[in-house]
Ligand binder design. Structure first.
Ligand code: GDG
Length: 473
């Protein structure tokens, strides 16, 4: 009775994402530490929460019982439990076996299973219940990404007082592809529980609005969808970015600069150093990139003694077959290229299948003359922006037209990675460009990235959310 009368702690801003922004690390002495996790979403959201008293709802990363809520930096963290079966059905199954390939242009055939779909709905409800419990009266709940598309409507049903926003970090597919999804109407209705939906590109918002028009026969006027009950949802582009100043600062620290020089030294001070940094995912176009680089070595357009390529491929979703497959393809190709072309003691391609600290990433960006970002489809791609922020002078970016970043970074060497000849030409153009051309292009891209950072993205999103379904003035 006493306990019940205690006021429950609630929060004005609640973030809901599949994962908490921390990983659990157990030391040999049994002590548990939570460490900030790598990855696109966490990198982006960290600065949003800084200085606010907000809460973050998400899975801890370990199956089974959830740890008690705890505080970390400026955040209240609320773990949501997932059993081992739920991890495999909701996360690996529906999220990464059905939605991820479908939303990335069916690069890999999506799998649909009714058991996966049921788990997805159940977990979305679990997240909605947690948010309903934590959000203050009239508060704001910001839902993240494709794993939680049914949560907004579930939450609105319980808490019509809340402002609900959702941001999609990945593309939203054209209706011709989206309509393959067995749960398509429920997902659209789920999203329409929100007041504002943010997408990486205008084309993604348009695809969503079009799906509502065609599959729900909903009333769509401009960028607003209105349901028969009168509730209106606005969908628009709010392209995500990086903490640009933090990356720029990191890249000018003496330690990072020295390390960048050391990396070049270790590779025998190459004339040209090319770099790729990706999660090892079939969407990232690593295979196409290697094919292009391999052919350039083969034809003698690039000299393996003086032009080196470093590919960082961070381990990802390793239990899924499609990821095991891309990994073996990539590793075989790297082996072939090095077998055919590497001088003794200095590989043409340095392949790194592991994660690195941020400082090491910054040193790699700084060391590289040419950054190769060649996804077959990518919501935004933060790596492209990080490379720009790390480079003050020259440096060249080869960038796939199929990334969200291509809409903003027009001075990159834009390319179609499906066209290997075109990709090779773009790489050569970037490598052979005169320094003054590179400097001019880099200046323009840097202006874009430095003035459109993740802090501005978060403000933009929240301003749009506060005004929805109207546009902010
Ligand atoms: C999704 C969307 C969208 C990578 N390896 C290491 C490391 N990273 C960092 C990168 C970058 C982030 O992870 C990856 O972000 P991306 O944008 O490239 O890609 P996704 O993980 O697929 O992210 C994407 C993003 O969400 C945000 O909305 O842009 O389109 O797919 O920051 O630097 N960081 C460290 N060590 C590594 O080994 N420290």
């Amino acid at each position: 009775k006493e306990l019940c009368s205690l006021p429950k702690e609630t929060f004005d801003l609640v973030i809901a994402a599949n994962r908490l922004p921390v990983d659990r690390v157990v030391h040999p002495d049994g002590e548990v530490e939570w460490r900030r996790s790598p990855g696109g979403l966490v990198t982006a959201m960290e600065s949003v929460m800084r200085g606010r008293d907000g809460a973050w709802i998400g899975w801890s990363g370990d199956p089974g019982e959830a740890p008690e809520p705890f505080r970390e930096d400026d955040m209240q963290l609320h773990p949501v439990p997932l059993s081992a079966d739920e991890v495999s059905d909701y996360y690996e199954g529906f999220s990464n076996g059905s939605l991820w390939p479908l939303y990335h242009d069916v690069i890999v055939q999506p799998t649909f299973k009714r058991r996966w779909r049921a788990a997805y709905e159940r977990i979305n409800k679990r997240f909605a219940d947690a948010a309903a419990d934590l959000a203050a009266e009239g508060g704001t709940v910001w839902v993240q990404d494709y794993q939680l598309q049914e949560m907004p409507a579930m939450l609105r049903a319980q808490r019509p007082d809340l402002r609900l926003g959702w941001f999609n970090h990945i593309p939203f597919p054209p209706v011709e592809l989206f309509m393959q999804l067995p749960a398509r109407e429920s997902l659209l209705h789920g999203l329409l529980g929100a007041d504002f939906l943010g997408f990486q590109r205008k084309a993604d918002a348009y695809n969503f609005l079009n799906a509502c028009r065609q599959l729900l026969a909903a009333s769509v006027k401009g960028d607003v969808v209105r349901l028969p009950d009168g509730h209106a949802t606005r969908a628009a582009a709010v392209p995500i970015s990086i903490d640009a100043q933090a990356m720029a600062d990191l890249a000018t620290t003496p330690g990072v600069k020295a390390r960048a020089a050391e990396i070049r030294e270790q590779l025998g001070n190459p004339e040209h150093l090319m770099l790729g940094v990706d999660r090892l995912d079939y969407t990232k176009g690593i295979r196409h990139r290697l094919k292009a680089v391999g052919e350039l070595y083969q034809e003698g357009a690039l000299d393996p003694a003086t032009t080196k390529f470093i590919q960082v491929a961070t381990p990802s979703r390793e239990r899924l077959e499609a990821y095991q497959h891309i990994r073996s393809q990539v590793e075989r190709t790297v082996g072939q290229i090095n077998g055919d072309h590497s001088p003794i003691g200095a590989p043409a391609v340095t392949y790194l299948h592991r994660s690195f600290p941020r400082e090491e990433m910054a040193a790699l960006f700084l060391a590289a003359d040419v950054m190769l970002v060649t996804p077959l489809r990518d919501g935004m791609n933060l790596v492209a922006k990080e490379y720009i922020a790390a480079h003050d002078g020259t440096g060249a970016l080869v960038l796939s037209e199929f990334t969200g970043a291509a809409s903003e970074l027009k001075q990159a060497y834009l390319t179609n990675p499906h066209d290997i000849s075109a990709l090779k030409q773009s790489i050569m153009n970037a490598i052979q460009a005169p320094p003054d051309v590179l400097a001019r292009r880099m200046r323009a891209m840097r202006r874009q990235v430095m003035t459109h950072d993740v802090q501005r993205w978060a403000e933009d999103f929240l301003t749009n959310l506060a005004a929805a379904p109207e546009r902010p003035r």
